[in-house]
Design a protein around this ligand. Structure first.
Ligand code: NDP
Ligand code: 2IT
Length: 451
């Protein structure tokens, strides 16, 4: 048996209750198979076995008091997966679905994503099963403080630098950073996604969404195509989705869908201008439901269905898909419908939004498919640039950061294509991203000996 097959089997046996983690490991490991022959030294040093085991996993109790004075207890996590090429780096997710399997899949993916950015960052992920929905600002503050009361001892600007993810945006980062600053008595770049007033970077809120669209534009350019006049389906309506919509509009495309966990809206006129402002205010300030968009602008709304079900059921024509909600949101059936309805390009804004069956459907139908670890790397890239600015104790302009982001996305695109070609799978961005991300980390691990 090949080393990677053996590793996949061992991971499944060792942690049988971690399906999302198995999925991510299987997807990465299968595409690393050709690296074994070129690098027998990796096999000998058991790099493949070592890279699937986190450096450490921290699980902790988060007790806090709600507005009624009742004590609540949540579970907090930080999976510090691999720091071979830089300090641990990766987001914090607050969502009731959060568990060890999901955070291990995210932390594992983050290793390769961060490597692809060309910046010195290791891979990590954290979070809690806390549900911010329906909580007051005070409750969110108390929870974030309680979460940081334990997390603080495991992180640091040269050790582990968390950031946002689902359910964690500027507000939550502010509460966590403020508490860390208070108890450590230091003002350092320990978190990214901070407010501009206290060390944040311009373009960080925009970075993931813009980056995903930049990556899609690079893929399209390989076939002489661009966004102009294209119909685009985007899912989610949070941070990543909002700025993906903005960039698609700037490049002349038309976005016709958005969703949240309750409903999908379809606006065939295009989600642009004041409608985008409405979504930002609705989701970031009032924290309401996307259904209100349909009420306000008189468009259709499908309760309980995600964007991809709606596209299949309604037979909507779509040129480009940018999933920006959550893992496994596009299944094989919905991928087939996308292909049938004319989709030529998929750029994953979310992490692992396509199931393995969906990926197969896209790739076997010659759809340009950009996996999350490449297509959504813009967010963590600008996090890396925020760390650089914090270390330098200065801040760069919007134009400078946006230019660096665009450059990084172009480089990632090229690195994926080059690696895919070098390993005999030209144009396969999944193989390219996994191999290009892996090689740098593996070589660093090898250099350290058995540690
Ligand atoms: P947000 O919390 O800002 O937004 C998430 C959006 O997706 C919301 O509209 C939410 O709906 C919807 N959503 C979340 N979970 C589900 C679910 N189980 N079913 C249906 N809809 C759901 O998160 P982000 O925009 O930051 O993150 C979106 C994706 O992008 C995630 O996969 C994340 O890991 C990934 N990502 C984020 C980066 C970042 O910089 N923020 C960087 C790289 C990747 P509702 O409003 O109802 O909660
Ligand atoms: O999945 C991701 O890359 C993120 N949530 C962003 C991580 C970061 O450190 O900016």
């Amino acid at each position: 048996m090949s080393a990677v097959k053996d590793v996949i089997a061992k991971v499944k046996q060792r942690d049988p209750n971690e399906p999302e983690f198995h999925q991510a490991v299987e997807e990465v490991m299968e595409s690393l198979e050709p690296t074994e022959a070129k690098h027998p030294e990796f096999v000998k040093a058991k790099i493949y076995d070592r890279i699937v085991e986190p450096d450490r996993t921290i699980i902790f109790r988060v007790p806090w008091v709600d507005d009624r004075g009742e004590v609540q207890v949540n579970r907090g996590f930080r999976v510090q997966f691999n720091n071979a090429i830089g300090p641990y780096k990766g987001g914090i997710r607050f969502h009731p679905s959060v568990n060890l399997s999901i955070l291990k899949f995210l932390g594992f993916e983050q290793i390769f994503k961060n490597s692809l950015t060309t910046l010195p960052m290791g891979g990590a992920k954290g979070g809690s099963d806390f549900d911010p929905k329906g909580k007051s600002d005070d409750e969110v503050m108390r929870f974030c403080h309680a979460f940081t009361r334990e997390l603080f001892r495991h992180i640091g600007p040269e050790t582990d630098v968390p950031a946002g993810d689902i359910g964690v945006g500027g507000r939550e980062i502010g509460y966590m950073f403020g508490y860390y600053k208070k108890i450590m008595n230091e003002h350092t770049g320990v978190l990214t996604g901070k407010g501009l007033e206290y060390g944040g970077s311009l373009i960080r809120p925009e970075a993931t969404g813009y980056g995903a669209v930049y990556f899609a534009a690079e893929m399209l350019a390989t076939r002489g195509l661009d966004f102009n006049g294209k119909v685009v389906a985007i899912s989610g309506s949070g941070n990543v989705a909002q700025y993906a919509v903005e960039k698609v509009n700037q490049l002349g495309g038309k976005v016709i869908t958005l969703c949240d966990s309750n409903a999908t809206i379809v606006d065939e006129e295009g989600i642009c201008g004041e409608k985008c402002d409405f979504v930002k205010e609705l989701k970031n300030v009032r924290r309401g439901r996307i259904k209100e968009y349909a009420d306000r602008f008189g468009t259709v709304c499908y309760l309980g269905n995600n964007v991809w079900d709606v596209i299949r059921e309604q037979g909507l024509k779509v040129d480009i898909a940018i999933p920006c909600a959550t893992q496994n949101e596009i299944d094989g059936k919905n991928a087939e419908a996308l292909v049938k309805n004319g989709c030529i390009c998929v750029a994953e804004g979310a992490n692992m939004p396509s199931t393995p069956e969906a990926v197969k459907v896209f790739q076997s139908n010659n759809v340009l498919f950009g996996p999350g670890k490449a297509a959504n790397a813009g967010g963590v890239s600008v996090s890396g640039l925020e760390m650089s600015q914090n270390s330098l104790k200065l801040s760069w302009s919007r134009e400078e950061v946006d230019k660096m982001l665009l450059n990084i996305m172009k480089n990632i695109h090229k690195a994926c294509l080059d690696a895919s070609e070098a390993y005999g799978k030209k144009g396969d961005y999944v193989v390219g991203a996994n191999i290009a991300g892996f090689l740098k980390v593996a070589k660093a691990m090898l250099a350290y000996g058995i540690v």
